[in-house]
Design a protein around this ligand. Sequence first.
Ligand SMILES: C[S@@+](CC[C@H](N)C(=O)[O-])C[C@H]1O[C@@H](n2cnc3c(N)ncnc32)[C@H](O)[C@@H]1O
Length: 242
Amino acid sequence: MRVRVLGVGMGPQHVTPEVAAALRECDYVLAAEKHDDDGLLAARRAIADAHGVEVVTVRDPERDRDPLDYRRAVQDWHEARVAAYERVLRERAGTAGFLVWGDPSLYDSTIRIVDRLAERLPIDYDVLPGISAPQLLAARHRVVLHPVGQPVHLTTARRLADDLAAGQTNVCVMLTGSLDAALDRAGVEDWSIWWGANLGTDSEELLSGRVGDVRADLRAARDRAKAAAGWVMDVYLLRAPG
Ligand SMILES: C[S@@+](CC[C@H](N)C(=O)[O-])C[C@H]1O[C@@H](n2cnc3c(N)ncnc32)[C@H](O)[C@@H]1O
């Protein structure tokens, strides 16, 4: 039994020759189905179809979106996913591919889930990289993610205010939630922002400038991306003045 964790970037145009070759060796692609109109599942299907590989879906277990214990809720959700995938892997055997949006190393549970599957099943698995949202953001804006010789801190909107309070001055934010609320809490009106939504898709939107100057434009651009695609995912780089 073999599992291949394949980063597919932000769409079919980012599938590397290495990932394409691995995908063609898969007997099937295993994918979670979140709900009937799942934009990312459609993107995975398009990639699998383009390489002639069948997609087997499992209904994604319900997740508690407002838990008292966030870590625990994520663990429970992972456990339910592991059980669902285990059933399919046992039934089918052969080589299964997981198509991971972006790169598997960033804010994605697939590697952790496959680690757990490997504790239960005799699985041999590997991971191939893809282009991540922060990489595409940097490329679109033609910027380096950090000032010369300085670090970039990668975080989520949920943690942003705390991370800035702890002294971070150059921060890339994913899992953005409500953009306005996160920027308000963070108090970053004078910071610079490089922002992108639905990167790599037809509904892509880009904006940059001083946060206080572009707030209204950000809101409008985010709404446009959502109206065009039916979903919106955004990522941004924030840098302190000076
Ligand atoms: C679950 S994480 C997956 C990240 C992914 N593994 C990667 O390498 O970029 C989803 C978050 O990534 C960012 N993201 C993913 N796709 C994006 C896109 N096409 N445009 C902008 N941001 C995106 C958003 O911050 C979103 O909330």
